[in-house]
Design a protein around this ligand. Structure first.
Ligand SMILES: *Cc1c(COP(=O)(O)O)cnc(C)c1O
Length: 383
C-alpha cells in the first residue's frame, strides 16, 4: 500500500491526459499557449472570481501576491506556525518579518482571537500589513472572523489555499442570510498549488493566484513575467520574476479539473468512513469539521497522545501501512527561523499538534479493501 498512489489516478484518465500532452507537443507553444489561458478561465469559473493568474508554483503564487501588495522591509505579516515552510518563507523573502500566531487545536488553523490579541497589544505602533491564513489539510480557516479583524486593523489577506481548492465556508450576511464562499476567494488574493500530491496536482510544479481586484491582477500578471509590457516586446515596466505555468501542465490540469469535484466527494466519503469507525476510540481524535464548513480532506489527520504517536506510526508501517507527519516541527522552531527569536513554549497548541498528528492514506483511488484494512489495524492498536 502507498501513502498516495498517483499512478492509479493516471491510469483512470490516461487516454485524455496522453491526448492533451500530445496536442501540446505537436502545437509547439510550450510557454503561454492556449491551454494556459483556458485553464485560467476555468479556475476563475470554478472559484467564482474575476481573475486567475497561473504561476509556476504555489510558493511563487504566495511570494508574488505579497510583492503585488507592496509588502517589504519593516512590514510584519501574521501567519500560523503550523504549516508548510513556504507560507512563512515567502514573507522573509520579501524582506518582511513573519509573525506567528497560535492555532485552534480543533481545526489546526490559525486562531482568530490570537490574531486580535497580538494586534491589540501592538496597536500603538502597528507594523502588521497582512495576514496569511492557511486552509490546512483541506478546511478553510475561520475567515468569517478573520475578515472582520483584517478590516478593523486595515490588513490585507492573502489566503494560502494550497491544500484547499474547492473547500467552502458559509458567511453570515444581512438579515440572518448566508453566503457560501470558497477557499481563495475571501481575501484580497488567494493562492493555490498544483504540486503533484495536491488534490488538483500537475505532473510537475504549478500554482495560481485568484482575485477580484483588477489592479492586483494586473500587477501580478506583470510580476510573473519579468514586468514585461503586454503591449511592447522587451519593454520592462517593473522588476518581476519568471513564474509562468508551462503549457503542458495547464493541459494536464484542464483534464484533471473536470474530475476535481468528484474526487473531493470521494475523499469526503472516505473521511466519513474513517471518522465513523475510529471516533469511538478515545486514544484517537478524529478531525473536526467546523460548523458551516466543507472539508476536502487533502489530508486525513488524526491526533494521538504524544508518546503513542510514534509507536502507532511504527506499528502501522510494520503492517504495511505508510503514514505521514504533517508537520513534525512548527515553523517558529525551525533552524531557518532561529533569527526571529522564538522559543519552545511560545505556541503551545502548534507544538502539541506537531507531536500528536498523524495523517492516514486518503485519496480517491484508495480501495475499500485497503481502507478497511487500515481501520482494522488502527482498532487492533487501540484495543
Ligand atoms: C504545497 C503548499 C505550498 C507550496 O506550494 P508549491 O506549489 O509546492 O510551491 C504552500 N503552502 C502550503 C500550505 C502547501 O501545502
Amino acid at each position: 500500500m502507498k501513502f498516495l498512489d498517483l499512478s492509479s489516478q493516471y491510469q483512470s484518465i490516461k487516454k485524455e491526459i496522453d491526448k492533451a500532452i500530445k496536442r501540446v507537443l505537436e502545437g509547439n507553444q510550450f510557454i503561454g499557449g492556449d491551454e494556459v489561458k483556458e485553464f485560467e478561465k476555468e479556475i476563475a469559473k470554478f472559484c467564482g472570481v474575476k481573475y486567475a493568474l497561473s504561476m509556476n508554483s504555489g510558493t511563487d503564487a504566495l511570494f508574488l501576491s505579497l510583492k503585488a501588495l507592496g509588502i517589504g522591509f519593516g512590514d510584519e505579516v501574521l501567519t500560523t506556525p503550523f504549516t508548510f515552510i513556504s507560507t512563512a518563507e515567502v514573507i522573509a523573502n520579501c524582506n518582511a518579518k513573519p509573525v506567528f500566531v497560535d492555532i485552534d487545536p480543533k481545526t489546526f488553523n490559525i486562531n482568530p482571537s490570537k490574531i486580535e490579541e497580538y494586534l491589540k497589544a501592538k496597536s500603538y505602533k502597528l507594523k502588521a500589513k497582512a495576514i496569511i491564513p492557511v486552509h490546512l489539510f483541506g478546511q478553510m480557516a475561520d475567515m468569517d472572523k478573520i475578515i472582520i479583524i483584517a478590516k478593523k486593523y486595515k490588513l490585507y489577506i492573502v489566503e494560502d489555499a494550497a491544500q484547499a481548492i474547492g473547500a467552502t465556508q458559509k458567511f453570515k450576511i444581512q438579515n440572518s442570510k448566508f453566503k457560501i464562499r470558497s477557499a481563495g476567494t475571501v481575501g484580497d488574493l488567494g493562492c493555490f498549488s498544483f504540486f503533484p500530491s495536491k488534490n488538483l496536482g500537475a505532473y510537475g510544479d504549478g500554482g495560481m493566484v485568484v482575485t477580484n481586484n483588477e489592479k492586483l491582477a494586473e500587477k501580478i500578471r506583470l510580476l510573473k513575467n519579468h514586468g514585461s509590457s503586454p503591449k511592447e516586446k522587451y519593454l520592462n515596466l517593473i522588476l518581476g520574476a519568471n513564474s509562468r505555468l508551462d503549457t503542458i501542465q495547464a493541459a494536464i490540469l484542464l483534464v484533471k479539473l473536470k474530475y476535481l469535484e468528484k474526487w473531493s466527494k470521494v475523499r469526503a466519503k472516505k473521511a466519513a468512513l474513517y471518522t465513523y469507525q475510529l471516533s469511538k476510540f478515545k486514544e484517537l481524535i478524529t478531525p473536526s469539521i467546523a460548523s458551516g464548513h466543507t472539508h476536502i480532506f487533502h489530508q486525513y489527520t488524526i491526533r494521538v497522545k504524544k508518546n503513542l504517536r510514534d509507536k502507532l506510526s511504527k506499528y502501522l508501517l510494520s503492517q504495511g501501512i505508510p503514514t505521514m507527519i504533517y508537520y513534525p516541527i512548527p515553523l517558529h522552531l525551525q533552524p531557518a527561523f532561529k533569527y526571529l527569536g522564538y522559543k519552545k513554549g511560545d505556541f503551545p497548541e502548534a507544538e502539541k499538534a506537531s507531536e500528536e498528528v498523524i495523517s492516514l492514506p486518503i485519496y480517491p483511488e484508495l480501495s475499500k479493501k485497503d481502507q478497511d484494512y487500515i481501520i482494522q489495524k488502527l482498532k487492533e492498536f487501540s484495543l
